[in-house]
Design a protein. Structure first.
Ligand SMILES: NC(=O)c1ccc[n+]([C@@H]2O[C@H](COP(=O)([O-])OP(=O)(O)OC[C@H]3O[C@@H](n4cnc5c(N)ncnc54)[C@H](O)[C@@H]3O)[C@@H](O)[C@H]2O)c1
Length: 336
């Protein structure tokens, strides 16, 4: 059993805690949150010890590895501390909102063999992964286009948006990672349009956007289109399409079940989509923990690396520059 300690007992921390506890090869060793009641509640509900500090987790012989699910601004420091303590890390996205800080963190951990896995859970979704496997196996011939639709069911509260770091760094970061995963290549050019269409006051108050369309292109001309909305009234919309010279594959939305209802007014009425990321990506989050445990047990390199987190942030910065300057941006302008 791999003893994993959890840093951060908020929304996603609670989910990770339950997933670790349910995992056959992992055990939740202890939890910590700077907001003590959050840690106490989670520790009590799962019957696991609450650490007195983050430092005591890094120092503990009872902790084999660390899962960082605390607020984004803590990630880079915790990654550095974990690596220095020789504890493998699974860290939620994004590494940090500031590329300079991410580069400093990269330099700080560069010489260490300690595994650092980034929390890009969507790569582990069975449908998304099957699409990529099919593409790699040649099922659709030569890949030309990737289309990623990623829309949230409802816009988060202002309090969240104030510190989330902006749509492209907080939400689209998953899609930038999926774009790289599906293209199996690095985008070299980025063009983006974005605005506050759902809540126009967001733009004025927080300089925030809630709706975006982004085009990416690789050096050999493969194209990717990402479209994001913070509110799709019909639910969490997560679709991926790969078009190649001999066919197309789609990874589609999921429902709780496939029952269809028929009446005088409508046919094929089906369940709503699974509500949000915790429900929709449950299998993916579990597989993400499995991949982390595999790395620790087998001494292998994580499939989703720190560098994947850094590259996704570079694409986010390129997209912001494109929005600001209304032009196609070369990724090399950011990653220089
Ligand atoms: N992979 C995904 O799909 C996904 C989904 C949601 C959130 N996230 C990421 O997970 C992280 C947490 O998001 P959330 O929605 O759970 O937020 P949240 O606000 O619900 O929880 C964050 C927790 O971190 C705690 N915290 C803050 N500073 C701390 C510190 N120094 N030490 C220990 N704990 C500290 C807070 O008290 C809070 O309980 C964010 O980085 C977010 O981007 C990823």
């Amino acid at each position: 059993m791999i003893n994993i300690a959890l840093l951060g007992c908020g929304r996603i921390g609670q989910m990770h805690a339950a997933n670790i506890n349910a995992h056959p090869r992992a055990k939740l060793a202890m939890v910590f949150d700077s907001h003590k009641p959050s840690a106490d509640n989670l520790g009590k509900s799962l019957g696991v010890p609450v650490a007195a500090s983050a430092d005591s987790i890094f120092a503990s012989d009872n902790v084999d590895a660390v899962l960082i699910a605390s607020a984004t601004e803590t990630h880079a420091d915790f990654i550095e501390q974990s690596v220095a303590a020789a504890k493998p890390v699974l860290c939620e996205k994004p590494i940090d909102l500031n590329l300079k800080r991410v580069n400093e963190c990269a330099a700080a951990i560069a010489a260490s063999p300690v595994p650092v896995q980034l929390g890009f859970n969507r790569r582990f979704d069975p449908g998304h992964r099957a699409a990529r496997d099919a593409m790699r196996a040649g099922d659709i011939g030569q890949l030309h286009q990737v289309v990623i639709t990623s829309r949230d069911p409802e816009i988060p509260p202002r309090s969240y948006l104030q510190s989330a770091g902006g749509l492209l760094r907080d939400m689209t970061i998953h899609d930038f990672d999926l774009a790289r995963f599906m293209l199996d290549d690095e985008p070299t050019e980025v063009f983006a349009v974005a605005g506050a269409l759902i809540d126009p006051a967001l733009g004025a108050e927080l300089n925030e956007i809630d709706t975006a369309m982004i085009i990416l292109r690789t050096a050999d001309g493969k194209q990717c289109h990402i479209n994001n909305s913070r509110t799709a009234v019909y639910g969490y919309d997560q679709r991926i399409e790969l078009l190649g010279t001999t066919g197309m594959v789609q990874s589609n939305n999921q429902k709780r079940h496939e029952l269809k209802r028929y009446n005088r007014k409508a046919t094929e009425i089906s369940e709503a989509y699974q509500y949000f990321f915790i429900e929709r990506y449950h299998e993916a989050f579990m597989a993400e923990v499995s991949a982390f445990v595999d790395c620790i047990e087998n001494g292998t390199t994580p499939e989703v690396s720190f560098e994947d987190g850094r590259r996704a942030l570079i694409l986010a910065e390129a997209a912001y520059l494109s929005v600001a300057e209304k032009r196609m941006v070369q990724v090399s302008e950011i990653d220089s």
